[in-house]
Design a protein around this ligand. Sequence first.
Ligand SMILES: Nc1ncnc2c1ncn2[C@@H]1O[C@H](COP(=O)(O)OP(=O)(O)OP(=O)(O)O)[C@@H](O)[C@H]1O
Ligand SMILES: O=C(O)C1=C[C@@H](O)[C@@H](O)[C@H](O)C1
Ligand SMILES: [Mg+2]
Length: 173
Amino acid sequence: MKNIVLIGMPGCGKSTIGVVLAKVMGYQFIDSDLLIQEQENRLLSEIIQQEGIEGFNEIENKVNASIRAKKAVIATGGSVIYGKEATKHLRDIGVVVYISLPYEEIESRLGDLVERGITIQEGQTLRDLYQERCPLYEEQAHIMINTQGLEIRDSVKLIKEKYEQYVEQPNLL
Ligand SMILES: Nc1ncnc2c1ncn2[C@@H]1O[C@H](COP(=O)(O)OP(=O)(O)OP(=O)(O)O)[C@@H](O)[C@H]1O
Ligand SMILES: O=C(O)C1=C[C@@H](O)[C@@H](O)[C@H](O)C1
Ligand SMILES: [Mg+2]
């Protein structure tokens, strides 16, 4: 049985939707960010501060590439798509679902980027990051779902439907 892997911009709802989706599916819930914090015994923001963005990306790549799971919803961190081994592994063990939202919605959901621990280069704006990452999420996803205007329960329902359709007939989506 495949896992469901959620990718997308920080704040798009991977963790918030993922935990409810896992409950509805009867799957385990794994949050990659929490695995990283557990394994490093540090907060994400501390890792980014102490190791720099590249150092954090290496740790994130390694942790995600070593996830072993069956029948799990895996909520990844927003920057997971920079890790080559991680993205390959996640596509191998699961159906990758990109939760997409318009830029304005992401911006309004994110508070202090530094406190939240987003890997944004100096001089780069959130809009730059959005434009850089969206094509990468699209490239890695088996399924893309626009959740604009949807409540959590509606996003869960839609992801479950699309996932089940994909498992039945992967070529139709
Ligand atoms: N309709 C909605 N669906 C999902 N989340 C919503 C919705 N409306 C508001 N939110 C809020 O948006 C935020 C989503 O944050 P969440 O931590 O789930 O994102 P994430 O994709 O896991 O980000 P990260 O990449 O940083 O882990 C939460 O604060 C949630 O309460
Ligand atoms: O999008 C990002 O750059 C990040 C998102 C979080 O989920 C964490 O993985 C980390 O704080 C980096
Ligand atoms: Mg999250």
